[in-house]
Design a protein around this ligand. Structure first.
Ligand code: BGC
Ligand code: CA
Length: 313
């Protein structure tokens, strides 16, 4: 029988599009992005402290603004900083801003990776993660339905960017198995999650096949746990699902909001499942009916996650 779970509100963050959560073990905080306003958030469960900053644009309310530079995803680096997929390319920076100089994010020394840009008038970066090989993989999505085909890219520690594959509708969740021989990937427009064979030595991708198809909603962020099971946020359904390695639906976690986007295990023992959610595209009536849309939820599902991979740049 499928197990049923619920989750509690962990952070009343009221984000527009909270995404890309990652547990920073050194700092003891959960970090995530609010993509369109271009914010990086941090939450310390030990103290309850919740902070945010805008690495590439002016800070402001949690709604998209013209002066915001979206942040699609972040990863942690071996040096204790961040690798970022900004709206159109990659950048590096510290995990926290320095002392605020002028209230416009000027205290954050963002260092852009040169030589590579996507066309931000039609597409933007979306989900990404450091890989087990120390590089950073992130993909793109069109701003509007019917936009150009998108791709998944790899940023090497030295700054070189490679397109891993194109023909993507909307690049979303990604993760690798512990033995590095399988790469799970959600192209949201494909209606499911695929699994690629991967070379455990190099990460090079091989044969691709369908892992699971979702019959309703949109496959979004995903993460594997210590049992090799896959957690998937199904945007638009209020559900986060767990699938066994053979693709059996094992657990359904129901949220009081429709748009879960992604998840990460955190806490010292990686036993807390943190779930990001969005209020993107909800009408005022829908926001009134689900006032916690955009908050971060948490539960302890009885299994643990793995420490995040780190970018070696
Ligand atoms: C994107 C959102 C999109 C959602 C569902 C997210 O990863 O950032 O803009 O609405 O996936 O497709
Ligand atoms: Ca996503």
């Amino acid at each position: 029988m499928t197990r049923q779970l619920t989750a509690d509100i962990a952070v009343a963050s009221q984000c527009y599009l909270a995404e890309g959560p990652v547990w920073d073990q050194g700092a003891g905080v959960l970090r995530w992005v609010d993509i369109n306003p271009g914010h990086v958030h941090a939450f310390d469960p030990a103290t309850g402290a919740h902070t945010r900053f805008a690495p590439a644009g002016a800070d402001g309310p949690a709604v998209p603004r013209d002066d915001a530079v979206p942040v699609g995803a972040i990863g942690l680096t071996t040096g204790g900083g961040l690798v970022l997929a900004l709206v159109d390319g990659f950048a590096l920076g510290p995990a926290q801003p320095g002392p605020e100089r002028d209230g416009t994010g000027g205290g954050y020394p963002l260092s852009r990776v040169g030589g590579f840009r996507v066309d931000a008038s039609v597409i933007r970066f979306n989900d990404g993660k450091p890989s087990p090989w120390g590089d950073f993989w992130a993909g793109t999505m069109p701003w509007k339905e019917g936009g150009p085909p998108c791709a998944l890219y790899r940023l090497a520690p030295g700054g070189q960017v490679t397109e891993l594959f194109g023909g993507v509708g909307l690049s979303n969740g990604l993760d690798w198995s512990d033995d590095r021989a399988a790469f799970y990937y959600a192209d949201s427009r494909s209606g499911g999650v695929d699994v690629f064979a991967a070379d455990p030595e190099t990460g090079e991708l091989g044969a691709r096949r369908r892992f699971v198809t979702v019959e309703a909603g949109i496959p979004d962020g995903l993460a594997l746990d210590v049992d090799g099971c896959l957690w998937l946020a199904v945007f638009g359904t209020g559900q986060v699902r767990r699938y066994t390695p053979d693709g059996e639906l094992d657990t359904v976690l129901r949220l009081p909001v429709d748009q879960p986007t992604s998840m990460a295990f955190g806490g010292d023992d990686f036993s807390t499942l943190y779930i990001t959610t969005a209020r993107e595209a909800l009408t005022p009536a829908e926001v009134a009916a689900q006032p916690h849309a955009g908050d971060i939820f948490a539960c302890t599902p009885g299994t643990a996650g793995r420490p995040p991979n780190l970018f070696a740049g």
